[in-house]
Design a binder for this molecule. Structure first.
Ligand SMILES: [Zn+2]
Length: 321
């Protein structure tokens, strides 16, 4: 009997110890070591893949937030200053970055401009102003380079290289793993580019008509599509009535059967224009940022790009290969 009671006490003690240990584990931050802060979603996704389990990567942009008008709040600046590595896209996408970085008093922070070696396309006068009422001032401020470089997969590969350079410099002890993970990413980008090349070769129409801001010019240039968007290179630009009428006319003349809508904005305007033109609506994701839902589903850059390819194949009536 004594033996039985001692056994029960031992059992309760063991359970209590395990429970406390379990609670403590849950309170501890999952990863120590290098802390990395990125701005846009593609940078975040590339950086977390390169990091594996050796660094803690976070995205500065809160889920669903409009990226072109985003500027970090004081608490977000503190997050940047406490990181070992801060990665942004370019001064065309984050015009606030240079000023904030030069003002930070951090001896340990390393900063990477991921778009430094990318090939930029200059936004033409028409791209910037495309009937938008509010974008002119912004376009001039941003020296009129199109900031959507991550939508050209060759540029995306250059960005992976730049991000890798940052990881290797900040944490040389794990450089072999970082290089391996970056190589895997670049191989996937090459395969993705090949799929786009093959599948967009055989489309009934090459006209990519977009009821959003001027996001997909890099993609259109790379795959020889003729791109038209409703508004300018920044998503805060408002389209004019003339531009809306012109787009509806263009849809009707082109014989297109779909108008593409952009993510993170209400599709109401695109739907109204599509109805007016008698065509359907399909979503194309610019991948600047993702929604809270996307985060909880662990969506990746590659998921978004594969989905875009399916939408393009349907919207431009391309043959599957
Ligand atoms: Zn944009």
């Amino acid at each position: 009997m004594k033996f039985k009671i001692a056994g029960v006490i031992m059992y309760i003690l063991c359970c209590t110890v395990l429970l406390v240990a379990g609670c403590k584990r849950a309170e501890v931050e999952p990863v120590a070591g290098l802390k990395v802060v990125t701005t846009l979603f593609p940078l975040y996704d590339f950086a977390r893949t390169i990091a594996g389990d050796k660094a803690q990567v976070t995205m500065l942009l809160p889920p669903g937030v409009e990226p072109h008008t985003f500027e970090p709040k004081p608490e977000e600046m503190i997050r940047i200053s406490r990181a070992g590595l801060f990665i942004y896209t370019s001064r065309y996408m984050e015009p606030w970055a240079d000023k904030i970085i030069s003002g930070l008093d951090s001896k340990t922070l390393r900063v990477i401009n991921a778009g430094e070696k990318a090939s930029y396309r200059k936004a033409s006068e028409r791209d910037q102003h495309k009937g938008s009422k509010g974008s002119d001032e912004h376009s001039h401020d941003r020296k009129v380079m199109d900031p959507h470089i991550w939508l050209d997969f060759s540029n995306a590969s250059q960005m992976v290289d730049a991000i890798l350079e940052g990881f290797v410099a900040a944490d040389p002890a794990n450089s072999a793993l970082y290089r391996l993970n970056a190589d895997t990413l670049k191989t996937r980008l090459t395969a993705l580019d090949q799929r786009y090349q093959n599948r967009l070769k055989t489309c009934f129409t090459r006209k990519l008509l977009h009821g959003g801001h001027y996001t997909f010019a890099y993609l259109a240039d790379r795959y020889n599509l003729d791109y038209r968007a409703l508004s300018g290179i920044s998503s805060d630009s408002e389209p004019s009535a003339e531009r809306m009428i012109a787009l509806v006319r263009e849809i009707k003349l082109s014989g297109a059967t779909y108008l593409f809508a952009e993510e993170l904005l209400s599709p109401r305007l695109t739907e109204t224009l599509a109805k007016e033109a008698g065509v359907g609506v399909l979503m194309l994701h610019g991948a600047h940022n993702v929604s809270r839902d996307d985060i909880s589903r662990s969506v990746t850059y590659f998921d978004l790009m594969e989905h875009n390819l399916e939408q393009l194949q349907k919207g431009l009536s391309c043959r599957s290969r």
